[in-house]
Design a protein around this ligand. Structure first.
Ligand SMILES: [Zn+2]
Length: 207
């Protein structure tokens, strides 16, 4: 699937979500509550469908954001050629297989080639891609690719350490199990020293 087709589909999905086309999300949640044997009219649940819909819209609001817009305008020319590392970025996303949260830390680094990006933009890029239905591997790659595209550095490294509630709550894995994914581009893939420097800065021996 081309990027454009994918983007069009994503936008269509968010449009439908935004306009509540067809049966509203809240209405569907009310039906769902009945189907699992709950009483959607009882006091505690009465406004839950609307709350759920609002939460879902917020947690998937990343579909409405454009990575190019988030990053362009914050690109600066510099003569700095050392590694830039932003570590321990809080990450909250939803797994697309169960629509349950996965959350943890994201570490991002790049080796500039005459250009850097405003530091606050890196957590924004992480949030933008996190607020979509995701799998951790794709999320990791999308963050790396967006930075690569925006400033064409000599390399980008992204590591995500996350716990998935779909595994923890269903007892598929031990409750504290973390899933670690990485995306290494350019120097972070080809140069052992660069890669090791990044990993040691984020307190890891390997990924
Ligand atoms: Zn899942």
């Amino acid at each position: 699937m081309s990027d454009l087709t994918k983007k069009t589909q994503e936008l269509k999905l968010s449009d439908e979500l935004q306009e509540g086309k067809g049966e509203g999300v809240a209405e569907l949640v009310r039906t769902m509550l009945s189907r699992i044997g709950e009483d959607p009219t009882r006091e505690g649940l009465r406004r839950t469908p609307e709350r759920f819909e609002r939460a879902l819209r917020y947690l998937t609001s990343g579909y409405l954001q454009d990575p190019d817009k988030v990053l362009t305008g914050a690109v600066f020319s510099v003569c700095y050629d050392q590694m830039v590392v932003v570590k321990d970025i809080d990450l909250f996303s939803l797994c697309e297989h169960h629509i349950l949260p996965f959350f943890g830390k994201c570490h991002v680094a790049y080796l500039p080639d005459k250009r850097v990006v405003g530091l606050s933009k890196i957590p924004r890029v992480v949030n933008m891609f996190s607020r979509r239905l995701q799998i951790q591997e794709r999320l990791t790659n999308q963050i790396a690719q967006a930075i690569q595209k925006a400033i064409q550095p000599l390399g980008v490294g992204v590591v995500i350490e996350a716990r998935h509630l779909c595994m923890a709550m269903r007892g598929v894995e031990k409750h504290r199990t973390e899933t670690i994914t990485s995306a290494m581009l350019g120097a972070f893939r080809d140069n052992q020293q660069t890669r090791q420097e990044f990993l040691s800065l984020i307190g890891r021996h390997s990924v």
